[in-house]
Design a protein around this ligand. Structure first.
Ligand code: MF3
Ligand code: CO
Length: 259
């Protein structure tokens, strides 16, 4: 069952999503060489708490992290731990917040210093494929139009989309109907209606699309151990243009200039 949100529910979604976007931006700034992934997790927890929210992931199916931190060959659901970020890594951060009863879910992949040009290209194309998916997220279109737009953009650049994990409806709970795959045929799947809120989240690979699960039971890695990228926004379907609820609109606080 797909839950449509009323204007009142949408304004609450907006606040949860803005908080998720702000925390993602702040934690992204902390991704520097030497940083333990566990430290990013702890910082995120504090930033969520300061905004009156909490992690939408902690405790979900027994998940033990506050956020997901996936490095290089890790695709998604990277469980924060003792691993230290290194120069030349790419780091995917996935942050979901519950605030006032609603969830905001978003992700980005950041480069740590200068990275291989092909990996840089993977990040750019993946973010562009998210933009293409969002552009297709219009009332009257179908979920397959989003899926197809993402897949087309990624494959045109000779990268691959992951098939085992998909985007999803989001609202009072983290995962609602419908599923939003990053592959599919245009004109197929549920029809998009104003009031739907979707987490669109391309997960892509530089090499083959096959993935496997690490023995921690959570961290998903590429089978060929080549790099993977992940970008995600929570988006509302409207009568007109899609609204990117997790688009960061607030500026980060700037330290006072000393005289
Ligand atoms: N954004 C991811 C998702 O929607 C994060 C889930 S992590 C989990 O599936 F730990 F909560 F599973
Ligand atoms: Co998600």
């Amino acid at each position: 069952m797909i839950v449509l949100k009323s204007p009142e529910e949408l304004s609450r979604m907006r606040l949860a999503c803005q908080a998720a976007a702000e925390v993602l931006a702040e934690v992204a700034l902390m991704v520097v060489p030497g940083r333990k992934t566990m430290e990013l997790d702890e910082a995120a927890a504090e930033l969520m708490r300061k905004r009156g929210g909490k992690s939408a992931f902690l405790g979900y199916r027994g998940y033990k992290g506050q956020i997901c931190v996936s490095v290089n060959e890790e695709v998604v659901h990277g469980l924060p731990g003792e691993r230290r970020v290194q120069y030349g890594d790419i780091v995917s951060l996935d942050i979901g917040i519950v605030l006032d009863g609603f969830v905001g879910d978003n992700a980005t992949t950041v480069a740590v210093g200068m990275i291989d040009w092909k990996v840089q290209r993977l990040l750019e194309v993946t973010e562009q494929s998210l933009a293409a998916g969002i552009a297709a997220a219009r009332a009257g279109n179908r979920v397959g139009d989003i899926s197809h737009a993402v897949q087309r953009m990624v494959e045109a650049a000779e990268f691959n989309v992951v098939r085992e994990f998909v985007g999803h409806g989001v609202g009072r709970t983290l995962h609602e109907d419908p599923q939003v795959p990053n592959f599919g045929a245009p004109g197929k799947g549920p029809k998009l209606k104003p009031g739907m809120t979707l987490a669109i989240e391309p997960m892509t690979t530089l090499g083959g699309s096959a993935v496997e699960l690490l023995r921690d039971g959570w961290t998903v890695v590429t089978q060929d151990r080549k790099p993977s990228a992940h970008f995600e926004h929570t988006v509302a379907i409207t009568e007109g243009e899609p609204e990117i609820l997790t688009c960061r609109k607030m500026t980060l606080s700037v330290p006072k200039a000393s005289s």
